[in-house]
Design a protein around this ligand. Structure first.
Ligand code: G3I
Length: 377
């Protein structure tokens, strides 16, 4: 099985990397920061990150994994960690109630193994990315058995091979009106808030070595609804810890928007410090930068996106609680943002570090510079 997978998964050969490395030469507008020069202008973002005890990684779309060897060469060159954009979700793993299909997830594992990349699992419990049979068949009577079996089977399948699991994704939704700010999801309706306890304990049982992460979005800006979410996240993780739920880390997705107002830098570093003070690590798990509020001109957009990302990263990396950064894709060749938030002028968004020709953009340099400037962990 793995042999067959190996034949279809792009393996980065030395020659392939050398050929692609030629294209790694930074675009003129992207000065390579000192650290990167120190370790050679080919240094990828993860190489720069490791100098500060951090890591850099990205999400991998399964279609691009299969079809875009050039992009995957750059993923191998820039990253130390990868995560499946959809391949580890219920919808991909569970075609039917009785079946588990690890094909796509194992293809990512094979790519990661051959390129010595670590892998994080995303995600065991979410209100999206579920197969229709689950949404139709889940009841208060069968939910715990279904959830525990899924987690034991899936986490057990990858036991010892993943560094993190996003155990629960996006549990918060203060607008749903609950005092605990939990989102009204199929899991909450079936099991109540203890679905979180069940999930984290089941993950710990199946693979004690994989770090257990609670992952959510919307905690980045000086906006009332995001301030509420920051407070709700702190309250939730404090409550989980008080109930001896084995949570070990928080993932801040950081789907940024170049026109939104970042808070005073101290606000984000204090937020991360507050989470860290509970004994939890913090990861930036899905960073990209929406540019649909910016003018069409690519030089203007790229500069504004880079400046925004740099300010955000400087603010969160000021806290040693942040241990790593992942973007939600590496190149503008594909981003969920084009489906979810298409630009009115019809132009593709430019939210990621490499452009469609896999050249480093100002955003690449902003991430590199923020990593190089971060206090060592
Ligand atoms: O794999 C099937 C393919 O067989 C089928 O032909 C095709 C057309 O229906 O669909 C493919 O599945 C799609 C999957 O991505 C893989 O490409 C799903 O329809 C599509 O809904 C899914 O979208 C993903 C979404 O999560 C839901 O899982 C996006 O790519 C992904 O970027 C997005 O990622 C989320 C994070 O998990 C959580 N944070 C927010 C982030 C953005 O929404």
């Amino acid at each position: 099985m793995l042999r067959r997978l190996a034949e279809t998964t792009p393996i980065i050969t030395r020659r392939g990397f050398a050929a692609a490395a030629a294209s790694l030469v930074p675009v003129a507008a992207c000065p390579v920061p000192a650290v990167s020069r120190a370790v050679g202008a080919l240094a990828g973002l993860d190489t720069i990150a490791r100098h500060k005890g951090l890591f850099f990684g990205t999400a991998v779309d399964q279609v691009l994994l299969h079809d875009d060897a050039a992009l995957m060469t750059h993923v191998a060159a820039e990253c130390g960690m990868v995560v499946g954009e959809a391949s580890f979700k219920w919808a991909e793993l569970r075609p039917t109630r009785s079946e588990f299909d690890f094909t796509e997830a194992e293809r990512l594992m094979t790519f990661a193994d051959h390129n010595r990349l670590r892998v994080r699992g995303h995600t065991l419990v979410w209100h999206e990315g579920n197969p229709e049979w689950l949404v139709e068949k889940l009841t208060p009577r069968n939910a715990e058995r279904l959830l525990v079996r899924h987690i034991h089977e899936v986490v057990g399948h990858f036991r010892g091979r993943l560094v993190h699991w996003d155990v629960v994704n996006e549990p918060l939704q203060p607008d749903d009106g609950r005092a605990d700010a939990l989102r009204d999801t199929l899991w909450l309706r079936a099991l109540g808030p203890r679905y979180l306890d069940i999930a984290f304990h089941a993950c710990a049982e199946a693979d004690p070595g994989a770090l257990r992460v609670l992952n959510d979005f919307g905690m980045d800006y000086a906006l009332p609804w995001q301030e509420r979410r920051r407070g709700a996240m702190l309250a939730l993780v404090s409550d989980l810890l008080a109930r001896d739920v084995p949570i070990q880390a928080v993932g801040l997705q950081a789907h940024l928007d170049a026109v939104e107002p970042l808070p005073e830098p101290g606000v984000l570093s204090r937020f991360v410090d507050d989470i860290s003070s509970l004994g939890l690590r913090v990861f930036i798990t899905e960073m990209d930068v929406r540019d649909d509020g910016l003018p069409a001109d690519t030089a203007i957009r790229d500069a504004a996106v880079a400046e925004h990302a740099r300010a955000f990263l400087d603010a969160v990396l000021a806290s040693r609680g942040v241990r790593g950064i992942l973007t939600w894709g590496l190149s503008d060749r594909r981003s969920w943002l084009n489906e979810k938030f298409p630009r009115k002028d019809g132009l593709p968004q430019r939210p990621l570090p490499l452009d469609v020709d896999l050249r480093r953009k100002p955003l690449w340099s902003a991430i590199a510079a923020a990593l190089a400037a971060a206090p060592a962990r």
